[in-house]
Design a protein around this ligand. Structure first.
Ligand SMILES: C[S@@+](CC[C@H](N)C(=O)[O-])C[C@H]1O[C@@H](n2cnc3c(N)ncnc32)[C@H](O)[C@@H]1O
Length: 426
């Protein structure tokens, strides 16, 4: 089991980001706002926004946008979307959808009861699901695994209704068939409202984000979608069964109400933009900005860990990866993105391209650094200095003791120090 996997298991359902601590000089303008988080995300920077705010204050010039170049679950949009225009980018499309709830107002979706609309569709589609796929609270391991297999067998069935992607491909994996029917039904309602012009794109993305949240918190997995768990013993079965019986529509509804209240009270549209590009293309498209870069620092690809989020957003009935003629257990999309930051032979050039792109756009840079063995800090600093050259000041900052102790209690014993490589045009 790799370290990231272990760390991810410890991520709690933080409904709201922590109260963030910033030093006195940053109080006010660069103080991160509290915002509701939506999915558990590997490498999320939600817990260190106070530190990032202090550093932003050192380089930000009025009128320049913040570019969150590897936005992930969008801590920057959540924390700083009220301070300045944000351009939120990530190669994964789900990230642009999540950032929308922090950056764009969802004015119309509150006019609709999404769950009431979806329940009509789900009711009809549940009737098409064969007997033997229902989970019961008290069961033996053998019976439970029989139900699991019956759920997974839906992969071999033909469905003729318009929205059946999750029901067919993911029943009995991270979700039960019943939960998958709900996932498809909610997506169908959102598609229909958008197609009929009853809601705007921001409302659609808002609904989709609530759906991602309810998928994340009913999943029987460990916080991502690299592998689902098998019930090997009674204890494992009991834990998986808790998730199998969780109500996806209830979790959706709860988050929907909470997020909508936050969105309408907090979101100011400062002409924010949400994009889904490779970081090099994004850098080639931006005006002079402050770029916050938080690239992956491990061998594992986000496109594998979060493929199910990408698929609910694209909803494109993707081809699923096979080995030989057998479908892979994780049911990954074919043609997933392979990040150069996660490939040992490409990582150095990936950073050179990053520094070069920032320089060519006349921007300043805050680069989060994690010491995970992909590239060491001395080498990275040398690359930064060589690429930025004489016209930039390049330096390295650690998270201060104050930031560490004022964070969550468990942060007090953190051994990994958060650090940033900074580059500012002279
Ligand atoms: C460490 S995570 C970012 C976490 C984020 N700062 C947060 O707080 O949620 C790194 C992100 O880089 C994205 N990524 C990987 N390769 C990329 C590329 N070539 N271009 C743009 N984004 C990429 C991944 O999809 C992932 O979301």
């Amino acid at each position: 089991m790799n370290d990231e996997f272990a760390t991810l298991k410890n991520i709690k359902d933080a409904t709201f980001s922590e109260e963030q601590s910033t030093s006195d000089d940053v109080k006010g303008r660069y103080e991160p706002r509290r915002y509701p988080q939506v999915i558990k995300y590997m490498g999320s920077k939600a817990a260190i926004l106070g530190f990032i705010g202090s550093e932003l204050a050192k380089v930000h010039a009025d009128g320049r946008p913040f570019v969150d170049l590897f936005a992930g679950a969008c801590a920057i949009s959540g924390g700083f979307g009220h301070v300045s225009k944000v351009i939120s980018n990530d190669i994964q499309e789900y990230s642009a959808v999540i950032s929308s709830i922090y950056l764009k107002r969802a004015e119309k979706i509150g006019n609709f009861d999404i769950i009431a609309l979806a329940s009509k569709i789900a009711g009809a589609n549940l009737a098409l699901i064969p007997k033997g796929t229902q989970y019961t609270p008290n069961t033996t391991l053998d019976e439970f695994n029989k139900v699991e297999r019956a759920n997974r067998d839906l992969l071999n069935r033909d469905f003729s209704h318009s929205h059946h992607l999750f029901t067919r491909v993911y029943s009995g994996t991270w979700w039960s068939a019943e939960q998958c029917v709900w996932i498809d039904a909610i997506r169908e309602v959102l598609d229909d409202l958008l197609a009929k012009g009853k809601i705007e794109k921001s409302d659609f993305d808002f609904g989709l984000t609530c759906l991602m949240h309810s998928m994340a918190y009913t999943s029987q997995g460990t916080g991502h979608f690299a592998q689902y768990r098998d019930a090997k013993n009674i204890k494992g079965m009991a834990d998986i069964n808790k998730y199998r019986n969780a109500s996806l529509p209830s979790i959706f509804k709860r988050k929907f109400d909470l997020l909508l209240e936050w969105n309408l009270q907090n979101v100011i549209d400062l002409e924010h933009e949400m994009v889904s590009m490779d970081y090099r293309d994004c850098l080639a498209s931006i005006p002079p900005s402050v770029v916050y870069a938080d690239p992956p620092y491990a061998f594992v690809h986000y496109s594998r860990f979060y493929h199910a989020m990408e698929t609910i957003v694209k909803y494109d009935y993707p081809e699923i990866q096979h080995v030989g003629n057998k479908i892979v257990k994780g049911r990954y999309r074919v043609g997933r993105h392979q990040s150069p930051f996660c490939i040992k032979t490409k990582v150095k050039q990936a950073f050179i391209d990053l520094f070069d792109g920032v320089k060519k756009s006349d921007s300043d840079l805050l680069l989060s650094y994690s010491n995970t063995g992909m590239i060491n800090i001395d080498e990275l600093m040398q690359l930064a200095e060589a690429t930025f050259g004489e016209t930039y000041d390049v330096w390295f900052d650690h998270m201060s003791h104050t930031h560490m102790t004022m964070g969550r209690r468990e942060d007090r014993s953190r051994t990994v120090r958060e650090s940033l490589i900074m580059a500012r045009k002279k």
